[in-house]
Design a protein around this ligand. Sequence first.
Ligand SMILES: NC(=O)c1ccc[n+]([C@@H]2O[C@H](COP(=O)([O-])OP(=O)(O)OC[C@H]3O[C@@H](n4cnc5c(N)ncnc54)[C@H](O)[C@@H]3O)[C@@H](O)[C@H]2O)c1
Length: 419
Amino acid sequence: MVKAILIGAGARGIGAYGAYALKNQDEIKFVGVADPDIERRMYFSIQHSIHSDFQFSSFHEILDKPKFADACFICTQDSIHVEPAMKALALGYDVFLEKPMAVTPEDCILLEKVARQAGRKLMIGHVLRYTVFFETIKKYIDNGSIGRLMSIQHNENVSYWHQAHSYVRGNWRNLKESSPMILAKSCHDLDILYWFSKSTPTKVSSFGSLSYFNQRNAPLGAPDYCMDGCPLQEECVYYAPKVYKNAPDWMKLPVTNKMTDDAILEALKKGPYGRCVFHSDNDVVDHQVVAIEFENEMTASFTMTAFTHENTRTIKLMGSLGEIRGHMDKEEIEIYTFGKDEPFRLKLTSEDYGHNGGDYGIMKAFIRLLEVGDNQEVTSDESSVMSHLLAFAAEESRLEGKTVDFKKFVEGIKHNVKI
Ligand SMILES: NC(=O)c1ccc[n+]([C@@H]2O[C@H](COP(=O)([O-])OP(=O)(O)OC[C@H]3O[C@@H](n4cnc5c(N)ncnc54)[C@H](O)[C@@H]3O)[C@@H](O)[C@H]2O)c1
């Protein structure tokens, strides 16, 4: 049985990792929590029967105490990852850190080094690796079903409504408060490409911009807040009261802890989630492409875009002997062998947890990592760093309009990191 503490009792802390612990009480128990939001802290404490002596209002306080559990889950917002992670590692905790591990490339490398030096385990929340969907694709690449892997075409279909919720109105909407979208949203996906390639990236280039969710596209007469009498409320798919009335809990929670209809309407009047999507203070892209060449000559192209109907990942892997096509939400995979017309079709099923069962898979893997040291298939801290560095390289390419020599990029960053 793993004993854990939680820093950041928000959507991920409560909804993903806390929920797993409640359903799997013989595997893991949360014995301490830190969150400045008293409602969230109390909610988590009641759910997990945490004694008042082990409830804290910030990560500083909980980490000022001597270590009192095996593992520390850090589920704060992106900019509050490094400091608690460093402190927890120094205290001797094994750490589960939400992605992105840090918002600068230097800090990603630093964290990996500190974990290594402290001899502690550090797992990053790259849940996609632990989905049945991506695990199955990996199995068919590795068993040679499509020969030598040559190219990957991967799409992150963010969807118009998810973009509006998280990247136009929400927590990841601007660089000042969060990080580039290619890091915040897609370090997962870059991790998958790196994992599948079994090779080191050599060149990275990227293009993209914020082209739609901005003032230039605001309809005539649209006010700053939807509820200030927007003339387009009937037809606009982003009209906030309509969006949040029927939204799932994970979308309602950031709007207000009290997820009742009345509380939501009140919060939307002048809150960030009630803003017109064309009048927000968002500055992250709404579409971006990344092209990567690897040392083994494999190439990958990745598209992250708001402009999709579905919110899912779709992927095509092209090999010397065949092709794999997959749709994550439908949990469908097709494997084509050249010379045969009909593909081999797989319909998968996964555990009923977030991210198509990835939230379940990653918790199982983290617990196994702690209990038996099994690090075979898990996202090691080192490979997680690689996916983050890919995101930073892509962002440099996008902003500076150049192809980034990845090895030089990494060497340059490593040179700057001293511990
Ligand atoms: N792995 C994934 O697939 C995935 C999915 C979504 C989000 N995330 C990442 O997970 C992290 C958390 O996201 P979320 O949506 O749960 O955020 P959230 O805003 O719902 O929760 C963060 C919590 O941290 C608390 N907090 C703030 N300052 C604190 C402090 N000093 N000490 C302790 N707690 C503090 C906040 O009060 C809040 O309750 C983010 O980094 C996000 O990017 C990962």
